[in-house]
Design a protein around this ligand. Structure first.
Ligand SMILES: [Zn+2]
Length: 542
């Protein structure tokens, strides 16, 4: 038989974790039609994969692309994801999803997602089904599955009131969650450190987790704390490390509800938190041994997205615009921040300004705050507050000391090499010129640096945890494997050359070694460039 396309003579790593094998892969009508080991297939078009690995397209298990996908120019903004081999994003994480919304909750949803989105969305949808339909009608650069966010449910049911829901409101949230899951949401997500997730008590979460379990879906969660001390547990300096308490608390809730659990971006923030890495991972292993369906995810960098507000305590944020100009408040704030920085082991050089949104600060973008202080001839705290004030708290930063720094990354390697760790970018792409390096190099960095160069795990294991593992966690049937009958979402890469080239100061350099990316049988990227106008992405419904 003659196929549409044949990928010739590649080393197939099929996503299952089994050893690679040489084969031709025949594609027909957008699907994998044959995987032939030891025989040549013929086709109208041949792609030479000699010397290359052919793997299932990578799955970014934690993305915030749902705020970009509805935009008509999303392909140009999200291109760096495809160029690193990603063909499917799991979005709607950390409690933030653009649906479902009501007339009155849409502006609230848009406001709480301020840090995640490039620009305000139009909210031409209301229900989750309408949102997914809108995405599919718009044509997509890559596949997406979308979780329903706790924030959207809460804002729809009770507006932005911060107290606990009434029983009627909780019932409304549960009903909306159930409906959204039945309409194709891939699971339920919560962000317990952000408004409004931060206001949710455990009984509210438990009710929603029971709904999620009842629908057979997964719960993904940004926990209450990722550092050994945090404002979330009082008194602050007593008891078990806060990140460990947070993981324990979530495991307890998930066990009670019987829900599948994904701990999002398992990071250890602040040098003094690093020593907790083993005990947190042990806690996860213990829960798994006791029968909980649990896993986590991580990115291969020691920096992550944040906002300039991240180091401000709640009392300061509550009246930000007045407090930021009030000398007494600023004195108290400096004491609080100095104490927190000392307790966590974070310096101003670990905080890098990414996007200020203010023309007069643009020349400082890309610099860390020790350098910014030097340039502005101000003490570090004053320099930081100067940027906070001028950006009205909206500046985006890259926060360092996530599971390591440039000298030491044992906690990061412990997380990445763990068999329960899926990989993710957690990235927030926008049209701004400065980026999180994870947007460009995550998957090539795992394949190159952590698998090939450092030998933390085999290439087959790396690919498994980029493909079939997240697919089966989320419950996606037709992505993450190479097998006859599945859509041909594939990535061809050079195992000797695949590498990330981002640096702390130049975070947007493209990777090498990703030769071609196919979605539904069409080449969507080749030799580091998108093929214009190929929009073959599918909405993957739960
Ligand atoms: Zn998060």
């Amino acid at each position: 038989m003659e196929f549409d396309t044949v990928i010739q003579d590649g080393q197939v790593i099929d996503g299952s974790g089994r050893p690679r094998f040489r084969a031709d892969i025949g594609l027909q009508d957008g699907k994998i039609a044959a995987v032939a080991s030891g025989e040549r297939l013929s086709a109208r078009r041949a792609i030479d994969a000699n010397g290359l690995v052919v793997a299932p397209g990578f799955i970014d298990v934690h993305s915030h692309a749902e705020w970009i996908l509805p935009l008509s120019d999303h392909a140009s903004i999200l291109a760096p994801l495809v160029l690193q081999g990603i063909t499917t994003v799991i979005s709607g994480n950390c409690g933030f999803s653009p649906a479902p919304v009501t007339e009155s909750s849409a502006p609230l949803v848009d406001r709480t997602a301020g840090m995640l989105r490039d620009r305000p969305l139009e909210y031409s949808w209301r229900s989750f089904a309408e949102f997914l339909d809108t995405l599919q009608t718009n044509s997509l650069l890559l596949n997406c599955a979308v979780l329903v966010g706790h924030g959207a449910l809460r804002l729809a049911a009770m507006g932005d009131r911060t107290g606990p829901p009434t029983s009627a409101e909780l019932e409304a949230m549960c009903a909306l969650a159930r409906l959204s899951l039945r309409q194709g949401a891939a699971g339920f997500s919560a962000g317990l450190a952000y408004a409004p997730g931060v206001f949710a008590k455990n009984d509210e979460l438990l009710a929603l987790l029971k709904v999620t379990a009842g629908e057979g879906r997964i719960f993904t969660v940004h926990g209450r704390a990722y550092s050994w001390v945090s404002p979330f547990y009082q008194p602050m300096f007593f008891g078990a490390p806060h990140n460990l308490r947070s993981v324990r608390e979530i495991i307890g809730l998930a066990s009670q509800a019987g829900v599948r659990l994904q701990l999002s971006h398992q990071i250890f923030v602040g040098r003094r938190t690093w020593r907790t890495a083993r005990s947190v991972l042990k806690e996860i292993e213990l829960a798994a041994a006791q029968g909980l369906d649990i896993a986590f995810d991580a990115f291969p960098y020691t920096v992550g997205n944040s906002t300039i507000n991240v180091i401000f305590p709640e009392w300061f944020l509550a009246g930000f615009l007045q407090n930021v100009n009030d000398l007494a408040c600023l004195r108290r704030l400096k004491r609080d921040i100095d104490l927190l920085r000392l307790a966590l082991g974070i310096g101003y050089a670990d905080l890098r300004l990414l996007v200020s949104g203010v023309p007069e600060l643009e020349h400082l973008e890309g610099l860390d705050f020790a350098e910014i202080a030097h340039r502005l001839r101000l003490p570090e705290f004053e320099a930081y507050m100067h940027v906070a004030r001028l950006s009205q708290g909206d500046a985006r930063i890259l926060l360092g000391t996530y599971s390591g720094d440039e000298q030491e990354e044992t906690p990061l390697r412990l997380a990445l090499s763990h068999p329960l760790c899926a990989f993710m970018t957690d990235t927030i792409l926008s049209h701004h010129p400065r980026h999180n390096p994870a947007s460009f190099g995550t998957f090539p960095r795992i394949l190159g640096r952590y698998s090939r160069d450092l030998g933390l795990f085999s290439l087959e294991e790396a690919v498994r945890r980029m493909t079939s593992f997240p697919a089966s966690r989320i419950g996606l049937q037709d992505v993450g494997r190479i097998a006859a009958g599945l859509p041909a979402d594939l990535v061809l890469f050079d195992p000797l050359k695949v590498a990330d080239h981002t640096t702390p100061t130049q975070t947007d350099l493209p990777p090498t070694g990703i030769q071609a990316v196919l979605i539904a049988g069409e080449v969507v990227a080749q030799q580091g460039k998108l093929v214009d106008g190929v929009l073959k992405g599918r909405v993957l419904r739960g």
